[in-house]
Design a protein around this ligand. Structure first.
Ligand code: PMP
Length: 398
């Protein structure tokens, strides 16, 4: 037998598998609530106006395409760092944070995982139960043992906070704890400010290594408010790892724009950290691509475009929240025996709707509405045209 002949078929990606089934469906009313992409009220992926204008500015002064530095475009790293930690923050002013452009949020997580494997090889990783499914796979493929801390409580449709805290209090010091900074994927259930304060306290007291994943800044309560936790962790002192992504907030999914930031305790420590982070990048993909980073850096650093971006992001956030309200209101009318009020409390693109696997199957088979087996739906795929159809179908299957 040859090497390749012995290779087994890998399991299909569960979410992309749903999209494949959706694409093959001939029903003109079909709706894909599975994939985590923001669509506008016409059901279309938007090209943000701030992106179009940044592209025009860039096209007017096209430049040659040499290699970027290993850690990416300097203007991008600076703009991202100021966005994530605040331009006036002590970490930025004292040069205690390093930020490297990454291939999307996924690439940022991968850089962080590879970096941590070099310098904390025996630590184990703890992710929420449930979490974005790639978190586990990504840290496992970097060589870590990955465990779950309790998170979602199906009974209350909220967070099992005491369970989470108990676990954080009992895992070995030096463990890596992956936290969703805002807009938890997949549940939509976030911690309150008071709960975050307790988490920060435990992380510090126990010497845990916090890794904040911020893929949806601006989709919860606003750019500032969603980023607050990251700033609080940074102020509390290093080490702190932060991956962030502009895939959603700039609707730039295919450009792969994200970053990894690491907070150190001094500028001198930060310089050593950056030198080692560059080695991780160099042996991975050498240096990142130029275009997406230029678009985001231009939009963030040009006041007019920055204001436009903040407005467009706010519009996306408000549209999703309007859809949450409409969803709950319409279900109240059509399925008064069921309470969906929790959907309004949830934040971000997703909702753990409470639909069972059987109900999700019926939605797909009878109505061509595609959701995830766990009951996760993407609220950002609802719009004023399809919401009545979706609510009507849900009312029939529950
Ligand atoms: N983290 C979370 C929680 C996500 O939901 C996603 C995207 N679905 C990512 C990271 C990765 O983002 P990107 O598409 O920029 O790689």
């Amino acid at each position: 037998a040859s090497l390749l002949n012995a290779i087994e078929m890998a399991p299909r990606d569960p979410i992309l598998g749903i999209t494949e089934a959706f694409n093959a469906d001939k029903n003109p009313n079909k709706i894909n609530l599975g994939v985590g992409v923001y669509n506008d009220d016409n059901g279309k992926l938007p090209l943000l106006e701030c992106v179009r204008k940044a592209e025009v500015l860039l096209a007017e002064k096209l430049s040659p395409r040499g290699y970027l530095p290993i850690d990416g475009l300097a203007a991008y790293d600076k703009a991202v760092q100021e966005l994530v930690f605040g331009a006036d923050s002590a970490v930025v002013k004292e040069k205690r944070a390093v930020t490297a452009q990454a291939i999307g949020g996924t690439g940022a997580l991968k850089l962080g995982a590879d970096f941590l494997k070099r310098f904390a090889p025996n630590a184990q990783v703890w992710i929420s139960d449930p979490s974005w499914e790639n978190h586990r796979a990504l840290f496992e493929s970097a060589g870590f043992v990955v465990n779950n801390y309790p998170y979602y409580d199906a009974a209350t449709r909220g967070v099992n906070f005491s369970g989470m805290l108990d676990t954080l209090n009992s895992i070995p010091s030096g463990s890596i704890v992956l936290l969703h900074a805002c807009c938890h994927n997949p549940t939509g259930a976030d911690l309150t400010d008071a709960q975050w304060a307790q988490v920060i306290e435990v992380v510090l007291k126990r010497g845990l290594i916090p890794f904040l994943d911020m893929a949806y800044q601006g989709f919860g309560d606003g750019i500032e408010s969603d980023g607050k936790v990251v700033r609080q962790f940074a102020e509390a002192g290093g080490p702190v790892f932060v991956s962030n992504s502009f895939s959603k907030s700039f609707s730039l999914y295919g450009e792969r724009v994200g970053a990894l930031s690491i907070v150190a305790v001094s500028a001198e420590e930060a310089a050593r950290v950056l030198s080692q982070l560059k080695r991780v990048i160099r042996t991975n993909y050498s240096n990142p691509p130029i275009h997406g980073g230029q678009v985001v850096a231009t939009a963030l650093a040009t006041p007019e475009l920055r204001a436009l971006w903040e407005q467009e992001l706010a519009d996306m956030r408000v549209r999703i929240r309007d859809m949450r309200q409409a969803f709950v209101q319409k279900l109240k009318e059509q399925a008064p025996a069921h309470n969906f009020d929790f959907v309004i409390q949830q934040r971000g693109m997703f909702s753990y709707s409470g639909l069972t696997k059987e109900q999700v199957n019926r939605l797909r088979d009878e109505y061509s509405i595609y959701a995830i087996d766990t009951g996760r739906i993407c609220v950002a795929a609802l719009n004023t045209r399809n919401i009545d159809y979706v609510v009507g179908a849900i009312a029939k299957v529950i």
